[in-house]
Design a protein around this ligand. Sequence first.
Ligand SMILES: *[C@@H]1O[C@H](CO)[C@@H](O)[C@H](O)[C@H]1NC(C)=O
Ligand SMILES: *[C@@H]1O[C@H](CO)[C@@H](O)[C@H](O)[C@H]1NC(C)=O
Ligand SMILES: *[C@@H]1O[C@H](CO)[C@@H](O)[C@H](O)[C@H]1NC(C)=O
Ligand SMILES: *[C@@H]1O[C@H](CO)[C@@H](O)[C@H](O)[C@H]1NC(C)=O
Ligand SMILES: *[C@@H]1O[C@H](CO)[C@@H](O)[C@H](O)[C@H]1NC(C)=O
Ligand SMILES: *[C@@H]1O[C@H](CO)[C@@H](O)[C@H](O)[C@H]1NC(C)=O
Ligand SMILES: *[C@@H]1O[C@H](CO)[C@@H](O)[C@H](O)[C@H]1NC(C)=O
Ligand SMILES: *[C@@H]1O[C@H](CO)[C@@H](O)[C@H](O)[C@H]1NC(C)=O
Length: 839
Amino acid sequence: MSAALIPPWLLNLVVVVNGGIFLLLLLPTSVESQNTDPAEAKAFNTIFKNWGITSNIAWNTSDDPCSGSAVQDSISIEDTSHDPFIKCDCTFNNNSTCRITALKVYSLDAKGQIPDELWTLTYLTNLNLAQNYLTGSISPSIGNLTKMQYLTFGINALSGNLPKEIGKLTQLKSLALSTNNFSGPLPSELGNIDGLEQLYLDSSGFSGEIPPSFSKLVNLQKVWMSDVEFNGSIPEFIGNWTQLIDLRLEGNSFAGSIPSSFSNLTALQTLRIGDLSNGTSSLAFITNLTSLNTLVLRDIDFSDSIPTDIGGLAKLNYLDLSFNKISGKIPDSLFSLGSLQYLFLGNNKLTGTLPSNKSSSLTNIDVSYNQLSGTIPTWISSTIQLNLVANNFTGISNSALPSGSKCLQNDFPCYLGNPKYSSFAVKCGGPQIKASDGTENESLGPATYYVADTERWGVSNAGHFLANNNVSFFASTSSQFSNTLDSELFQTARLSPGSLRYYGLGLENGNYTVTLQFAELTIQNGNTWKSLGRRVFDVYIQGNLALKNFDIRKAAGGVSYSVVKDTFNATVTSNHLEIHLLWAGKGTCCVPAQGTYGPSISAISITPNFVPTVTNKPPSNNTHLILAIVLPVACLCLLLIAVCYVIVKRRRLRAAQDEELLGGKLSDGRDVAVKQLAFKSRQGKRQFVAEIVTISSVKHRNLVKLHGCCIEGENRLLVYEYMTWQLYESKRELDLIDEKLEGMFNEEEVKKVIRIGLLCTQTAHTQRPSMSRVVAMLAGDVEVGNVPAKPGYLADWRYDDASFLSTTVSSYNGAYTTTSSATTTMSPNAQVSPLLTTT
Ligand SMILES: *[C@@H]1O[C@H](CO)[C@@H](O)[C@H](O)[C@H]1NC(C)=O
Ligand SMILES: *[C@@H]1O[C@H](CO)[C@@H](O)[C@H](O)[C@H]1NC(C)=O
Ligand SMILES: *[C@@H]1O[C@H](CO)[C@@H](O)[C@H](O)[C@H]1NC(C)=O
Ligand SMILES: *[C@@H]1O[C@H](CO)[C@@H](O)[C@H](O)[C@H]1NC(C)=O
Ligand SMILES: *[C@@H]1O[C@H](CO)[C@@H](O)[C@H](O)[C@H]1NC(C)=O
Ligand SMILES: *[C@@H]1O[C@H](CO)[C@@H](O)[C@H](O)[C@H]1NC(C)=O
Ligand SMILES: *[C@@H]1O[C@H](CO)[C@@H](O)[C@H](O)[C@H]1NC(C)=O
Ligand SMILES: *[C@@H]1O[C@H](CO)[C@@H](O)[C@H](O)[C@H]1NC(C)=O
């Protein structure tokens, strides 16, 4: 127990003498007396002073480091409310002297070298200096700390070699040197510490081979050795580390293959190996590893097929076998794994079809860049991410898939031989700004892709931020960047934890200049541990390596801004261009936050190096389709269908104040947005307003009531419906479109949309398409087919065509005040509409 609980003055009164005889000596006493070994107290004060830690060390009130919380057994060194902190053992010299046994300066940005005094604290068993900005090297005197069990220098700026004296720390259980700037090989003496259970060396800066002496480290449970410049081969003796539960060997320079001895590592829960060169391995060893939760074997050169008995990995949640040469079919047993949630099989040579059954847990599936064919299984739905880019699937017009999916299949067929464009510019990850003709803040996920409405460009992502489900796939900042005129361009960036591809589609063949713009938005600047992260990735353009181990901050010159612009030449030969940003296991994993790694890009643009012969204009320049659906149920005076799917140039309408957004609520409380749009016939004779209703999910179709806007009843909707039928039957449906929009839309598209609208007015629900089918028809994935006859409830309407067509509208504003003779003639129940007017 701690001596500090005994008042200091008492200690000065009691002296224990040989033979158990107690003499009472009256010595001068002082309440300031110290229990801490004086040399250690001095060392402690020097160390903290060197690191600039002076203020408010809560427990150092009595001039004595080993006091207060430092000697209370109930408070451990891990206690997060105590930092910096020490723990002491006060059982020395018959409980009269305390020694410092644990020292923590965690995440305080302590700066400077490690003072030699630290190596005099020889009773330390636990030293945690993680997440500071310590510089200089580690002294050979570290060998004095022979009682050490838990030692971490992780995330600092330490450099130099690791002294061989580290081997004297024979009690070590855990050693963390991750994310530092060390150099040279690991000392083979490290292999003497055979009780070592945890070894963290990722991004530490060491190089060379894993020392053969490590074969003795058979008690290792956690080994993180990613992003170290290890070369040589992965040692076979690792197969003897049978206690391993977590092994990471990504982003090294290993050659050769994974030793078959790995099949003995049956306790493994996490195994992450990547980026092996010049070797072929067999996947066979994985089927023994039945404790696995996370398995990443990326870019290893596997060429066999996925073992069918992979179904034995019952705990597997995350499987990444991408960037290999795996052939054969995807075994059904893989898709049936009950715990599997993330599956990455991209960039292999898989053939055959997708399994027709899938476990419900499996919701993120990447099979991009294989040779899969056949149709999309029925398990596809909007809640499942399936990245199927660059395969040979058929029947891809599935409403659960992103529109334009077919443009990203093998050979990029949409514009093959029929180019339309000669440039594109994308602002990555952010809201639209003037400088670009496309934004892509579509929320990409672990296995998603997206094709712009204009089919001018697309984007595809495969990869999930391991260890952090909350990392967003884009970053933003409000900072201004001083070395660019387009600061705004850099304030958002697209992030990816794996493979991110941008596509230019429909491009005229020829040579182009590709401009890529980058800014580092997450890793900080300055002398803080948060600046010690390194984001490192590769960029390929048209399959050719353009940037290797690219580090945005390094490229920007390490100054206080981090903007880089680079240009490349690319040759387009089959009407599409691919820019591929790839994380190859390099860089730090988690500075300043978990998930800070992988590609980041702010903007992309490409321009032709030739005089284009194509228009470079999208078919319907930047127009938007707005869908309005209200469903009819006749007798109960419920709101009826009026489907008007119109093509509207939004900005222009907004400018003309012709569009108004109104809020409303459905009877069940759900919000609804109602857009009112003015339309004028080509003859300028008529104007009316269509209700554009966006209902998030139309579950209860039976009673739709709109409040707070000018829709009072079903009758006016019937008017529009009636008019639409009249015009459709006389093949004049284009009269529905505002003449101001002339030339801005594709007439066939409008006609199609109107036909879809009319399909929705069918009385029999069996004849009305489902919402998803409507969407598929709009997307062009499903044929619209023939429109049946006018619904019966419209046939009952009486209506004077001639008088209707002769009506004119003077102005939109006037529309609210003038009454319409046409509407009053249409139905016995028709209310006078404030919206449909004539003069
Ligand atoms: C502990 O307290 C003493 C006296 O108040 C002071 O001299 C010493 O600098 C303090 N140590 C630290 C590390 O603040
Ligand atoms: C890392 O060490 C090298 C010398 O080995 C030095 O040139 C470099 O500046 C250091 N980097 C950092 C971030 O401290
Ligand atoms: C693995 O351990 C066994 C038993 O200790 C030993 O005989 C064998 O040589 C070791 N294998 C390797 C590759 O070191
Ligand atoms: C696995 O371990 C057993 C016994 O420990 C050993 O006999 C066998 O050779 C090892 N397998 C491999 C592939 O190293
Ligand atoms: C894709 O499928 C078509 C027809 O099924 C076939 O002709 C073509 O060779 C396939 N392409 C590839 C790259 O597999
Ligand atoms: C995407 O951009 C639009 C505007 O262009 C913006 O309203 C929206 O909030 C953005 N979405 C995200 C997720 O940033
Ligand atoms: C395009 O670029 C390639 C490689 O730089 C060059 O060989 C080729 O001649 C160029 N083609 C044209 C049409 O300029
Ligand atoms: C759309 O096309 C019209 C005419 O073709 C053109 O005047 C207008 O500038 C285009 N708008 C955009 C945003 O490209």
